[in-house]
Design a binder for this molecule. Structure first.
Ligand code: GLN
Length: 547
């Protein structure tokens, strides 16, 4: 039976609860335990699938095809445990389940209330698979005091009471603001936050306090006294130069020890932190630098491409270089020549995206990379743009485009080299969809197998001919252009196992030009960089040595 750790936040949002949870997961693993991490989000959207990346950051896709919160990406990157659909839930999903049950008559005509019906639904979610791991870490989104969050706080309070004593622990993350004028770290907001938490029946066992610098002993004692925690359960979480130092930094602060103490686990198993020491060494001691241009649409918000930024960092770690990723708005290339903007970069990455805006600019970026022998990685939409570029400039289909853009515009302007797929095979099942399916439900989502061609660059990069990668898209490259493009050296080197869907294209006589229909960034980890990112950065490093 798992022990449960509930992670809540106070004072302000964006304190890095997800990161703290993920790092704690890694530390428990380093002590030999198995873990699973979960996110409970109070917003009313049923899932983040249809939320704008500007609002919510990246949508993280799991192997089993759920569109989830980007914190699940942190969890995977730190623990290597593949997240599942049942590791992310929102108020919207909870209420929708409750209402569905109500309509079905499952509640036998009872009056449906937040307590117990909604809280029971939340508790059922928390306990899914509780026998599978030693520790289940559940992060509650938002901050204590948010109206939407209340049913979740109430549910975890009840949950801890339902379980035998000592099986659940509450960890609360807060901010200690530094007032420069008086040179003081202020504990009052934390005191208030804990007071709020206690007023709804939750007494935190561990306080994790974000601060710019170290927390002096005096403030630590004050926090312990006023917030009713043990002094050694006040954990300082100082700002770090790299998130990947978090497991080591939190360990130095005694976070994992405090957790084991709170559960009265004694003697505590010794931690093996060697992988995190290696990770920190690679991140803090690079031997060079490469510049990668990311030509995309959601460039204002870095979180929109969170996993790509992290996967590039991992690729850099594998090659012992720092990757300086610079975000360029694709629309610029619709007005201006890309050359002056892109010269000086050692590689170009065009990430995934939806909708037509900026796509002509992405096509020009792909053309620049292909013609100027700059390493290019096209992800999902980035592969589709590379194929359209090749079809236009090599394949003689001068009006090549994607059906996505014609459907959006409501008029036919392009020859669809990329088309809307209506039916495909997943495992041994046929999946079908129509244009009128609900927005969230029409994509090819989750993990699919692909078969790589022998002798191709990707086969060499992966060191295998059979791969599994995660997808999130509606449109596909039309196979009928294969022959025409292959004649010109654009090879379809990865295909779905039934041979119907192109998964990877690569340009033959080019230092490194690969487009993939899936999202490799979702599976990269600091201690196991994804092969495509590792080799892409290696190619960029080769270019950087030439200039
Ligand atoms: N918009 C494209 C599609 O739906 C690409 C999606 C993506 O890049 N994730 O196929």
């Amino acid at each position: 039976m798992a022990r449960f750790i509930f992670i809540t936040g106070g004072v302000v949002s964006s304190l890095g609860k997800g990161l703290a949870s993920a790092a704690l997961g890694a530390l428990l693993q380093a002590r030999g335990y198995t873990v699973r991490l979960r996110k409970l989000d109070p917003y009313l959207n049923v899932d983040p699938g249809t939320m704008s990346p500007f609002e919510h950051g990246e949508v993280f896709v799991t192997d089993d095809g759920a569109e989830t919160d980007l914190d699940l990406g942190h969890y995977e990157r730190f623990t290597g445990v593949h997240a599942r659909a049942t590791d992310s839930v929102s108020s919207g999903r909870i209420y929708s389940n409750v209402l569905e049950k109500e309509r079905r008559g499952d509640y036998l005509g009872k009056t449906i209330q937040v307590i117990p019906h909604v809280t029971n639904e939340i508790k059922d979610f928390i306990s899914i698979g509780e026998d599978e791991v030693d520790f289940m870490l559940c992060e509650i989104g938002g901050t204590v005091g948010d109206i939407e969050g209340l049913p979740f706080f109430e549910a975890i309070r009840q949950f801890a009471n339902d379980k035998p004593r000592g099986q659940c622990l509450f960890m609360h993350l807060t901010l200690l603001p530094y007032i420069a004028a008086s040179g003081e770290l202020k504990t009052k907001p934390t005191q208030h936050s804990v007071k709020e938490l206690r007023s709804i029946g939750i007494a935190p066992d561990i306080l994790v306090c974000r601060s710019e610098g170290p927390i002096p002993q005096k403030e630590r004692e004050k926090l312990a006294l006023f917030c009713n925690v043990r002094p050694d359960a006040v954990i300082a979480a100082q700002d770090l130069k790299s998130i990947y130092e978090a497991p080591l930094a939190y360990h130095r602060e005694g976070m994992d020890q405090a957790v084991l103490d709170a559960f009265a686990i004694s003697p505590a198993p010794k931690p093996d932190l060697s992988i995190w020491e290696d990770v920190a060494d690679r991140i803090y001691n690079p031997e060079g630098m490469v510049r990668v241009a990311i030509v995309g649409k959601y460039t204002q918000l870095e979180d929109a491409y969170k996993s790509i930024a992290e996967a590039l960092t991992h690729g850099g770690m594998a090659n012992r270089v720092k990757v300086q990723a610079e975000w360029i708005d694709a629309e610029i290339f619709e007005r201006e020549d890309p050359a002056p903007h892109l010269e000086g970069f050692h590689a170009i990455l065009v990430p995934g995206g939806f909708g037509e805006r900026g796509t002509e600019g992405k096509i020009r970026a792909a053309q620049f990379a292909r013609e100027r022998n700059v390493p290019y990685l096209g992800i999902c939409l980035g592969m589709q743009m590379a194929v359209i570029e090749a079809a236009r400039h090599l394949g003689g289909v001068t009006d090549a485009g994607s059906e996505e853009f014609d459907l959006e515009a409501g008029q036919k302007r392009f020859t669809p080299v990329v088309y809307h797929l209506k039916e495909w095979i997943q495992g041994n099942q046929t999946v079908a969809r129509t244009k009128t399916d609900a927005k969230g439900g029409t994509m090819r989502l989750g993990s699919y197998d692909a078969t790589l061609s022998e002798g191709s660059r990707v086969a060499q990069v992966y060191g295998s001919l059979a791969i599994e990668e995660r997808h999130r898209h509606r449109y596909e490259v039309d196979l009928s252009y294969r022959e025409k493009l292959e004649e010109k050296g654009v090879i379809f080197s990865g295909m779905s196992p039934d041979g119907r869907l192109p998964e990877i294209v690569e340009v033959k006589d080019h230092p490194w030009f690969i487009g993939v229909q899936f999202h490799p960034e979702l599976k990269s980890k600091p201690f196991a960089p994804h092969p495509l990112f590792r080799d892409f950065v290696r190619a960029a490093k080769d270019v950087s040595r030439l200039v």
